[in-house]
Write a protein that binds this ligand. Structure first.
Ligand SMILES: [Zn+2]
Length: 300
């Protein structure tokens, strides 16, 4: 375990704080966030803040602290998670749980997602407390467990059992938004208004039918093999919305269905991919129209 001694001014050294947080192996599953949360709890208490631990399972605690404001604005929520995804079967240039500083970069699992965010939030709140800052509204800091595996013990548990902790909050700073996002030639700092959504599209690929034992070019199957390229080029062509393919987080092809008789090559294949993406500042109806045009574009 990382020692919590000599931590009186750690908020002034957020990079060091990040290194320490990385040194807790909070790989989820199983999570094992207890020691990391205990360390953060110690820091906050030393800074003079009161903390509340809330847990569905004592080994999976969440931690909340509140910096009192003047009450002239709604409370602002800062929130983040301390669990990280697995490193199993991965090759790392530097050990994932050492938090090494190499050429001004800190290496480690969670350096980006999202112990760096936690380090920044902790530093800000501890600094504010130490400087006797009284903000317009309360600042609520929620340090969560179990984000990477569904939130059953983290956000979900808090929302369902301790929603009173968040009453009056209208805005939150969390993991997404606020970092640079390039959409076409423009730079954006998006505001997230919802979680990932799914948009289904269905594409039909047609080609000549034939005999399965005979060589044939230009059939539906070969066109389908190129379909992901087709989707990409169709998306790239929508310059009027300045959207590029990387704005779509993921694309999955979930089913391929064809009409096939014995020894007959399929003449028609239905491809059903779906896209998921983080809703940022692109209106939902525009996204849906985009996919509709992709669908039409793929009908060959
Ligand atoms: Zn995350």
């Amino acid at each position: 375990m990382v020692s919590a001694s000599n931590t009186s001014s750690i908020y002034q050294r957020p990079a060091e704080l990040l290194q320490r947080l990385i040194q807790f192996d909070t790989t989820n599953p199983p999570g094992n966030e207890t020691e990391c949360i205990a360390y953060i709890d110690t820091l906050l208490k030393k800074a003079g803040l009161e903390t509340t631990r809330l847990a569905k399972d004592p080994n999976r605690p969440n931690l909340i602290t509140r910096l009192k404001g003047r009450g002239s604005a709604p409370p602002l929520l800062l929130y983040g998670h301390v669990d990280v995804v697995t490193t199993t079967d991965q090759e790392w240039t530097h050990p994932p749980f050492e938090g090494k500083l190499v050429d001004d970069f800190i290496w480690g699992r969670g350096a980006l997602d999202m112990k760096s965010g936690i380090a920044m939030m902790l530093s800000a709140v501890m600094r504010a407390k130490t400087d006797n800052l009284i903000p317009a509204g309360d600042i609520v800091l929620a340090i969560l467990c179990d984000e990477e595996a569904g939130g059953e013990y983290g956000a979900k548990y808090l929302v369902e059992n301790h929603s009173d902790q968040f009453s009056g909050i209208q805005y939150a700073l969390g993991e997404f938004g606020s970092f640079t996002n390039h959409i076409g030639p423009k730079r954006f700092y998006p505001i997230q208004i919802a979680e990932k959504q799914i948009c289904w599209i269905k594409a039909t690929v047609r080609g000549p039918s034939g005999h399965g034992a005979l060589h044939m070019r230009g059939g539906a199957m070969s066109k389908l093999a190129d379909s992901s390229k087709g989707v990409k080029s169709a998306l790239d062509s929508f310059s009027k919305w300045k959207l590029t393919f990387h704005n779509l987080n993921e694309m999955y092809c979930v089913s391929i269905r064809g009409k096939m008789k014995q020894l007959r090559v399929k003449s028609r294949l239905d491809l059903t991919p779906f896209f998921s993406y983080v809703v940022v500042n692109v209106p939902f109806r525009k996204i849906c129209r985009l996919f509709e045009e992709v669908r039409i574009g793929l009908k060959t």
